[in-house]
Design a protein. Sequence first.
Lengths: 108, 113
Amino acid sequence: EVVLRQSPDTLSLSPGERATLSCRASQSVNINYLAWHQQKPGQAPRLLIYGTSYRASGIPDRFSGRGSGTDFALTISRLEPDDFAVYYCHQYGTSPYTFGQGTKLEIK
Amino acid sequence: QVQLQESGPGLVRPSETLSLTCTVSGGSISGYHWTWFRQSPEKGLEWIGYIYQSGSVNYNPSLESRVTISMDTSKNQLSLKVSSVTAADTAVYYCARKDGDLWGRGTLVTVSS
């Protein structure tokens, strides 16, 4: 099973700042099958990024993804109040598909 | 736009079978594969399995012996069954299109006597 480890567990930043969230895999992940989801309290996850770097429909260009092999990252260029949430990386290239434990992005 | 809605009992007794339905509205269930996930504080987000329109399924090996996913295209619905449940199956259950490009709102299922 591919284990995804996200860091940091919690990231405290202010609106307007840049956020970089990391996702490291226990083995190589096909770049076509790495996604990032955002989840707010009481809500379902929402797809932000798929295929490592492609933004899902309606996702602003402040969100970008990059990476290859075992190291992937999500960057939010200028944080807005609505961006404070939990973010999960997700690999769906090797069964069983797996998620990271999440990074909580909180307001500083 | 396409919406997904999970439904089913919120409380299931230990050793019984958990049964959920996901109704797809605003679009056809055909042409995509559909996935079930669950989320609990203990295990986080967990992939349960998916089904293609052909009926082909792929399950998480950790659940495979107890899980059945099926699809009814005439009703635009998916279903999930998990047998022999224990407290460890307590979670919010989500259905999703493909590998998670669109999620339902989720439904909490508690396993307790």
